[in-house]
Design a protein around this ligand. Structure first.
Ligand code: ZN
Length: 211
C-alpha cells in the first residue's frame, strides 16, 4: 500500500506538504497501472491528516486502516509519502528532533529519509536496501520509538495503530524545510530533479517488494 495525504494545513498552499507526496502517489499509480503484480497494489489518497484531525478519530488514514483491519486485509507493507520535495546542500541545513540524533546523521539536508517505529524496522531495512540498490540520491533511515517528535507525524501512524508494518518516506519536513506549514510552501521551493530521483527509486522499491 502506497499512500499520501492530500489535505494541507489551513493557510498553506501545501506544495511540499503534501503536494509532493500526492503527486508521487499519482505518478507511481500510473506507472503500475498496466503491471501484473503478484500482490495487490493499492494507491490511496488520504484526507484529514492535518490538524485538527491529526491523530483523531476523523483522520482519514486511521479510518481507512481500521476498515482494512475489519476486512481482514493482510498488508505487509504500507509506505507513506510525506513531504518529499525539498533538498539543500547548505551547511547545517538539516536539523533533528533531538540533539543525540544529530550526532549520527548528516547535517546537510541533501538526502531522503526513511522513518519507522521500532515494530516496523524489518520493513524499513528492506526498503532502504532496495532503494540504495537503485536510487541515485543519498538516503538515511531510522527506526525510532514512536514518541520521538516527527516519527508519527503522518499516515503511517494510523497503520501502526492496527498492527500493520508501515514506514514514512520524507525530506524530514519541519527539520529541514523552512516553509513548513506556512503560506510560502509553494511550488517554486521544490527541487524537482531530486524529487524525481526519489519517485524513480520508490518505483524500483515497489517492484522488488512485489517479488
Ligand atoms: Zn504532511
Amino acid at each position: 500500500m502506497i499512500g499520501a495525504h492530500y489535505d494541507s494545513v489551513f493557510g498553506s498552499p501545501g506544495a511540499n506538504d503534501n503536494g509532493t507526496g500526492m503527486a508521487a502517489t499519482l505518478a507511481l499509480a500510473r506507472r503500475f497501472a498496466s503491471a501484473k503484480p503478484k500482490h495487490t497494489l493499492r494507491f490511496v489518497a488520504f484526507v484529514n491528516e492535518e490538524p485538527p484531525y491529526f491523530l483523531s478519530g476523523e483522520m482519514g488514514s486511521l479510518v481507512y486502516a481500521g476498515r482494512c483491519k475489519a476486512h481482514g486485509d493482510k498488508i505487509f507493507a504500507m509506505i507513506s509519502l510525506e513531504t518529499i520535495g525539498y533538498f539543500s546542500d547548505a551547511p547545517n541545513s538539516q536539523t533533528y528532533p533531538s540533539p543525540g540524533l544529530g550526532l549520527f546523521y548528516p547535517k546537510i539536508g541533501n538526502f531522503i529519509g526513511f522513518v519507522s517505529n521500532v515494530h516496523s524496522r524489518a520493513l524499513l531495512r528492506r526498503v532502504i536496501a532496495l532503494f540504495r540498490k537503485h536510487a541515485k540520491i543519498p538516503s538515511e533511515g531510522a527506526s525510532l520509538p514512536a514518541f520521538i517528535p516527527g516519527v508519527s507525524w503522518s499516515d503511517q501512524w494510523s497503520f501502526w495503530q492496527h498492527g500493520y508494518p508501515a514506514i514514512m518516506v520524507t525530506d524530514t519536513a519541519p527539520f529541514r524545510y523552512p516553509y513548513y506549514h506556512s503560506s510560502n510552501d509553494t511550488p517554486d521551493k521544490l527541487d524537482y530533479d531530486r524529487f524525481t530521483l526519489v519517485v524513480s527509486g520508490m518505483e524500483k522499491v515497489i517492484q522488488e517488494l512485489d517479488k
